[in-house]
Design a protein around this ligand. Structure first.
Ligand SMILES: [Zn+2]
Length: 298
């Protein structure tokens, strides 16, 4: 499969499978051992990494429906023993990571503009928690199809066609593109709902399984065992299991960005980058790195 971002055929691949947990969510008849095969791919031209198995609409729906509810947590713990109820609850209410995300968005946005951001949209933003007061002073919209109730002061748009009924000063999209089967299709959708004055913001994890010393390295993961959130025994058991199996079975993150590939995605979608940066992100579950881009239409 050619690179999903730049179209190059210069791709390095590693054979692997779809993880047990994702299989169980997308295929009700799944039994361990009957996992779909896939390849983890790396584009030598733009450095984008991805799996060549792409979820279809129905599989995507089944994987993400009632995301992180009790059924999700129990199924996940069954296959990934470290994913306890406590871990799930912390991910659902991590105010440390949320505050850092809000501060980053504010600093990038208000570094480049002193214009009031009156109408703002959080594309794919669940209940709209990422908003701060200064963003969307007149109206805060969230585009979300899960049916989750928005937080106070935020209005949900659940139909994609309705997105075009408004004009936005700012459109943000946080921690979504690493999950999307067809990222370029969603970039086109973003392009369609903004105008020449709209400022856009995307945030994704900074991770690449093909780069040594990345978050996927054994030493980085062993550090997690000393985080009190995790059960040391369960985490050790889990890593023992996965190091015996195929390399990095496909989980929820199916796209892995670098600064270079994120810039390429903007360029290929007719956007112009204003600023792209990598930052540290502290969270209750451990520290990570995120990439964020501020951009507008060409
Ligand atoms: Zn590429």
């Amino acid at each position: 499969m050619n690179c999903l971002i730049c179209g190059s055929s210069n791709i390095e691949t590693i054979d692997t499978v779809v993880s047990d947990f994702v299989m169980a969510r997308i295929n009700s008849r799944f039994t361990p051992g009957s996992n779909y095969k896939t390849k983890l791919c790396f584009c030598r031209k733009c450095s984008f990494a991805y799996y060549d198995y792409r979820l279809n609409k129905e599989e995507e729906y089944n994987l993400y429906k009632n995301y992180r509810d009790e059924t999700y947590q129990k199924t996940r713990e069954y296959y990934e023993c470290w994913y306890t109820k406590k871990v799930n609850e912390i991910i659902n209410s991590d105010e440390i990571a949320l505050k850092e995300q809000q501060d980053l968005i504010k600093s990038m946005l208000f570094n480049i503009t002193d214009k009031e951001i009156k109408i703002a949209l959080d594309y794919g933003g669940n209940e709209g928690k990422s908003f701060v007061d200064e963003i969307g002073t007149r109206k805060k919209y969230v585009y979300d199809i899960s049916g989750i109730k928005p937080v106070n002061g935020v209005e949900t748009i659940s139909n994609h066609l309705d997105l075009k009924s408004y004009r936005y000063d700012f459109i943000m999209c946080n921690m979504l593109f690493e999950h999307l089967s067809y990222p370029m299709v969603d970039m086109k959708k973003l392009w369609d709902i903004g105008d020449e004055d709209t400022i856009f913001y995307i945030e994704v994890p900074s991770e690449n399984p093909f780069i040594k010393g990345s978050k996927f390295s054994l030493s980085k993961n062993l550090k997690l065992a000393f985080n009190p959130t995790y059960n040391f025994y369960k985490l050790a058991k889990y890593y023992f299991k996965i190091f015996q199996g195929p390399f990095m079975p496909m989980k929820e993150h199916i796209n892995f960005f670098t600064e270079k590939s994120l810039k390429k995605m903007l360029e290929m979608s007719n956007f112009k980058a204003i600023a792209v940066c990598e930052s540290n992100r502290n969270s209750k579950l451990g520290n990570s790195k995120v990439l964020s881009a501020l951009f507008n239409k060409i």
